[in-house]
Design a protein around this ligand. Structure first.
Ligand SMILES: [Zn+2]
Length: 239
């Protein structure tokens, strides 16, 4: 393989990665980091020059901000690396947990000798679904809502891997306020380093931006939904 062929092949691999929508939305920070690493390796091997690396990293940053904006407009996104409580929406009862895509019922009902767990979450082009092992029932997950047997369940994130470390959702209201303020400034200034450090903690926090006033300065003050705080507590399971 000559230089041009090698370069074309490796650039194609980078292109496939930047176009990987699932990776980008599942883990925007990991997606950008991977693209940066790929470009650095290409530079080290002499397949691209500094200017090309700069252009590629600019594209990786643009893909990151694009993902951030998409995620801000969505009501939540199922993440295979996270842990969730599965809570029935109309009565708040805990059905079970999903951890790294493995589902287990809360109760220790016998699941049959051939099953190591009660169910598994699959994600592909057709969407996200939960398949139960014993009953072979299938539930659909859209956003963070599971529909199964005509019932609706909310997925509540209880653990998330951020940069290789497991974090519990942030539950301190003052700390949450400080983080969303820091993120807003970083977003306006396109300060990617700061923004990407705080974003996963904001997204997985026990709070979310108030859906009524959207934390807008002019409407927040008189908002009854959040009492002027600009954010509200997410749904939680019965203890
Ligand atoms: Zn509000």
């Amino acid at each position: 393989m000559n230089f041009d062929e090698a370069k074309t092949l490796r650039l194609q691999r980078w292109r496939t990665t930047i176009d990987d929508q699932d990776f980008r939305i599942q883990n925007p920070e990991g997606h950008r980091e991977t693209l940066y690493e790929m470009a650095a390796t290409l530079l080290n091997e002499g397949l691209i020059d500094l200017l090309e690396q700069f252009d590629m990293n600019e594209m990786a940053d643009a893909a990151y901000w694009h993902a951030v904006e998409e995620l801000q407009d969505s009501t939540g996104h199922y993440r295979g690396a996270s842990t969730y409580d599965v809570v029935q929406i109309d009565n708040g009862n805990l059905l079970g947990t999903i951890s790294r895509s493995i589902f287990n019922f809360k109760s220790d009902e016998p699941r049959g000798a051939s099953f190591a767990y009660d169910g598994k979450v699959y994600s592909d082009a057709g969407g996200v679904r939960l398949t139960l092992g014993l009953s072979r029932k299938i539930g659909r997950i859209s956003g963070l809502v599971l529909e199964m047997n005509g019932r609706r369940y909310q997925l509540i994130e209880t653990e998330r891997m951020i940069a290789g470390v497991t974090h519990r959702p942030l539950s301190d209201a003052d700390a949450y306020r400080a983080l969303i303020d820091a993120a807003q400034v970083a977003h306006e200034e396109r300060d990617l380093r700061t923004f990407e450090r705080v974003r996963p903690h904001i997204e997985s926090a026990a709070f979310c931006i108030c859906p009524d006033c959207l934390d807008r300065f002019d409407t927040r003050e008189d908002c009854p939904a959040c009492a002027g705080k600009g954010f509200v507590q997410k749904l939680t399971a019965h203890p």
